[in-house]
Every structure is written in structure tokens, then in C-alpha cells.
Design a protein around this ligand. Structure first.
Ligand SMILES: [Mn+2]
Length: 319
């Protein structure tokens, strides 16, 4: 029997897998990528007798790969909170999917493990910008503001590393970042003494300062859209900047567009809190769009559709 772990290379995906493997160590083959590399299951050669664990990547975007490995006889455990579409019913598939927008994959794993590695679930939730979920998870830990802040910063830094249009844009390849994380039992220790974390935090802050100097390219009643310059730093900070904007003005919608090599734009969308159109509903109107309730994205927006996108985004959440 072989084990395959397939996970999103962001904070939530990494912290979800780390909790699982702290509880149940296995010599597994790892498959991951940057945020936009989510169609991962097609390349996993699992078959009869193998166990595949899939964390924090959209089932809808991996449906073909999932069905193929189930047909080959693999057993699949699937935990996620992105838009899934219809979940196939198959005796070899265990799926825990939560699309309410309130929980992240690290929180689903925390529930599965009855809170055994709770501080890592808090890191994953902060990484996904789910402030309320993170604070709720942290309550039983009775952390002071400084310690809670350390987990928030660690989540933000791990998450920041996952953005970029290719592995060359990011500071640490996601697989390597997972391996670094996997050496730490205690996230506070990692936050304090891991050089990679220190580097990610300082680069994140520098990139964010550059982004915060930009003005919206389109402002409307309930929505602001930003267009960052064509540079690796702006592709890295795209999601971090969108999260910052959403925290500063949660009642508004935000879009951050960044040119990508080869043409077009990568887009991060944050929906206003509360009822109404979700970010993933909006993004799925475009080819290569998808995500979750409050945070979603478009992997590549065709340049010819830029003006129309800005109009449609301005209209989407008009009061
Ligand atoms: Mn997630």
C-alpha cells in the first residue's frame, strides 16, 4: 500500500497536512504547488490498494483526476472548503466538504482529530484570512494577544508564499516549505526561530508596502479594483494585498489584478461579508475562475476582457 498526500501549497493546505501527519506519520509521496496549481490529482499515479489524501483543493477542478483514480481502485480521503459541485458517491471516497465559508481545511482536519494540534489549525485559518474562525479555534488555548498575533503572522507569511504565477515567483517552493513546517511540533517555536519564516515575513511586509501605495483602477459604489504592475513582487503579494483590503473594508468587494507572463491577468477577488453573491459564484462566471465564499480568483483573465471584467465587477455587488 502506498500513500499519496495531495495538498494546496498555501498555509491552510500545509497546516492541514501537518496536523494529519503529526497524528499519523506515513512515508507518503507529496504532490503540491502554488495557489494557482490546483489541478493536481491528474498527475497522481495511485491505484488499487493505495490511499490518497487530498487537502484544500477544489473537487470541481479535480473531478476528472479524482474519478480516474477511484476507477483504478484507490481509496481517497478528501477534505476541502472550495466550491466542489456535485460530490461523487463512490464506496472508496470519503469526502468532508464544507462550503459554508466559515471553516477552512485546517479546521476540518482539527475537527477530524478532535483538536489535537489546535495551534496549527489556528495558523491555517489565519492564513486563509478567516479571522473569526481562527479566533474561535484559539479560544480554548487562552493565548494572550502577543501569542495569538504570532500565529496570525505565521499564517499570513506561509500564505503569502503560495502566490505567484509560477514556482519561480515564490520565495520557497511549496513542497520545501511543507518540509520545513513538518520539522516543528510547535508553531510558536517555528515563528520564533525559523529563518525561512523571518525571510517570508520581511518580504511580505516590503511587498505589501509597495502594493498599499497603489490607487484603485476602478472605484464604484460597493467595490474597488486594483491593477498592480507586471512584476514578481506584485504576483507574490496579490492575495496578501486582497486580504488586507478585505479586512480594512469588509463591507466592500475587492479585486486585485496582476499581469502574468504570457499575457492576461491573475485576479484575486474578495466578496463583502454577509449574504449575497459569493466570491466563487462571481469568479466561476469566467473560465479558470473558482474558489470559496469570501475569497476566490481567476487564474488567467484574457486581456481582451479586462474592461468588461472591471464593469462586471463594479456591478456585481452594487447595493
Ligand atoms: Mn484553504
Amino acid at each position: 500500500m502506498r500513500y499519496f498526500d495531495v495538498f494546496n501549497g498555501d498555509a491552510d493546505g500545509i497546516c492541514a497536512l501537518h496536523q494529519l501527519r503529526l497524528a499519523d506519520p506515513a512515508d507518503s509521496q507529496l504532490f503540491t504547488g502554488i495557489k494557482r496549481d490546483i489541478e493536481l490529482l491528474g498527475s497522481v499515479p495511485a491505484g488499487a490498494g493505495d490511499v490518497v489524501t487530498v487537502l484544500d483543493i477544489s473537487l470541481d477542478r479535480n473531478r476528472a483526476g479524482l474519478m480516474a483514480m477511484l476507477e483504478r481502485g484507490a481509496h481517497v480521503r478528501y477534505f476541502d472548503h472550495h466550491y466542489a459541485g456535485p460530490v461523487p458517491s463512490h464506496p472508496e471516497l470519503e469526502a468532508v466538504i464544507d462550503e459554508t465559508g466559515a471553516l477552512c481545511t485546517s479546521a476540518l482536519i482539527d475537527r477530524h482529530l478532535r483538536g489535537r494540534f489546535r495551534p496549527w489549525a489556528v495558523v491555517g485559518a489565519f492564513g486563509d484570512n478567516l479571522e473569526q474562525a481562527a479566533v474561535d479555534l484559539a479560544r480554548v488555548l487562552e493565548l494572550d494577544e502577543g501569542r495569538l498575533g504570532a500565529l496570525r503572522e505565521l499564517g499570513a507569511s506561509l500564505n503569502y508564499n503560495a502566490y505567484g504565477s509560477n514556482v519561480g515567483d515564490v520565495l520557497v517552493p511549496p513542497l520545501e516549505l511543507y518540509r520545513i513546517v513538518s520539522h516543528y511540533q510547535d508553531p510558536f517555536e517555528m515563528a520564533e526561530r525559523e529563518p525561512a519564516v523571518e525571510r517570508l515575513a520581511s518580504e511580505r511586509k516590503a511587498d505589501l508596502l509597495r502594493a498599499l501605495a497603489s490607487r484603485p483602477v476602478r472605484e464604484s459604489e460597493g467595490a474597488d479594483a486594483y491593477l498592480l504592475p507586471d512584476a514578481p513582487w506584485s504576483r507574490r503579494v496579490n492575495g496578501t494585498f486582497a486580504n488586507r483590503l478585505a479586512r480594512a473594508a469588509p463591507e466592500r468587494a475587492h479585486a486585485v489584478l496582476t499581469p502574468v507572463p504570457g499575457g492576461g491577468f491573475s485576479v484575486s477577488v474578495r466578496a463583502p461579508r454577509g449574504e449575497g453573491l459569493s466570491a466563487s459564484e462571481f469568479c466561476r462566471r469566467y473560465p479558470t475562475g473558482g474558489g470559496r465564499t469570501l475569497a476566490a480568483g481567476i487564474d488567467r483573465l484574457d486581456p481582451s476582457r479586462l474592461e468588461r471584467f472591471l464593469d462586471e465587477f463594479a456591478e456585481a455587488w452594487r447595493a
